[in-house]
Design a protein around this ligand. Structure first.
Ligand SMILES: C[S@@+](CC[C@H](N)C(=O)[O-])C[C@H]1O[C@@H](n2cnc3c(N)ncnc32)[C@H](O)[C@@H]1O
Length: 247
């Protein structure tokens, strides 16, 4: 118990600040390329691993929920923003038959998918969702991506989505957060390590959302998925941003 507390203290007050300084000095593309190259989210034997969120019961339930959502809402095309290792995307394509475009900021990851997984229904594109134009689709998925970005970058992604039809946005958040939307630089960590989480329906984002699906991740956190429609996105792009807390 004492050892566990010591490890968590060491992580929070030594590892986390050191890594944050390192990644803050890099661009978003350099940051996530480095994370994949150094196996920063672990390894499952493949060249790219997006971390434990891509497998296990939560991944099973999430994919089943999305496949059902696609069928019920007559979705013909999906763009997966921050598609990562494509473990989740592949299951959605196989389960639904939807036309799928995976987007990620890491060029070597996109080249790998384009070579190994693209076909007539499945394509990949390298883009930074903070600043680049996004392809059209009936539905956008953003799963465990925004939680790795700063509040300023999250705001820019939400504004970039202002012409999108519908988005399902999923974040790993604490059940009882000590604070909301505590700011952090982009990187492998998430706000939960400081007892916070990303809630796009709260300031400084304040977007109207419908919480459509939640699944527990351990005792103290959950994967929360919100549906955002086009009118809410337009409201986000028009609204003035409010100041955020600093980590
Ligand atoms: C934790 S992984 C999640 C992958 C996948 N969505 C999943 O749920 O398994 C986050 C992914 O978002 C990508 N990403 C982060 N910021 C991005 C940005 N600004 N533009 C495009 N992709 C981004 C990272 O490269 C990484 O592949």
């Amino acid at each position: 118990m004492a050892l566990e507390r010591l490890r968590s203290w060491w992580f929070r007050y030594w590892v986390l600040p050191r890594d944050r300084r390192k990644y803050k000095a890099m661009s978003v593309a350099e940051t996530f390329s480095t994370i994949y190259r150094t196996k920063g989210w672990g390894s499952d034997g493949g060249q790219f691993c997006s971390g434990p969120g891509s497998w296990g019961p939560v991944a099973d339930r999430y994919c089943a929920f999305i496949v059902d959502f696609i069928a019920k809402n007559q979705i013909g095309s999906v763009v997966d923003l921050g598609c990562g290792d494509f473990a989740i995307g592949k299951r959605i394509v196989d389960g639904s038959g939807v036309r799928y475009t995976g987007i990620d900021v890491v060029p070597e990851l996109i080249e790998h998918h384009q070579k190994n997984s693209a076909d007539s229904r499945v394509a990949f594109r390298c883009a930074n969702i903070v600043s680049d134009d996004l392809p059209e689709a009936d539905l956008y998925l953003i799963r465990q991506v925004l939680q790795h970005l700063s509040n300023d970058e999250v705001g820019q992604v939400l504004r970039n989505l202002s012409n999108c039809s519908k988005a399902l946005i999923s974040e790993h958040v604490p059940i009882h957060p000590k604070s909301i939307n505590l700011d952090k630089p982009h990187g492998p960590d998430i706000r939960r390590f400081a007892g916070s989480g990303l809630y796009i329906d709260q300031p400084p984002f304040s977007i109207a959302v419908e919480t459509t699906w939640e699944w527990p991740l351990g005792d103290d956190s959950l994967l929360r998925t919100c549906l955002v429609d086009q009118s809410a996105m337009k409201q986000a792009s028009a609204s003035e941003r409010q100041p955020a807390q600093q980590a």
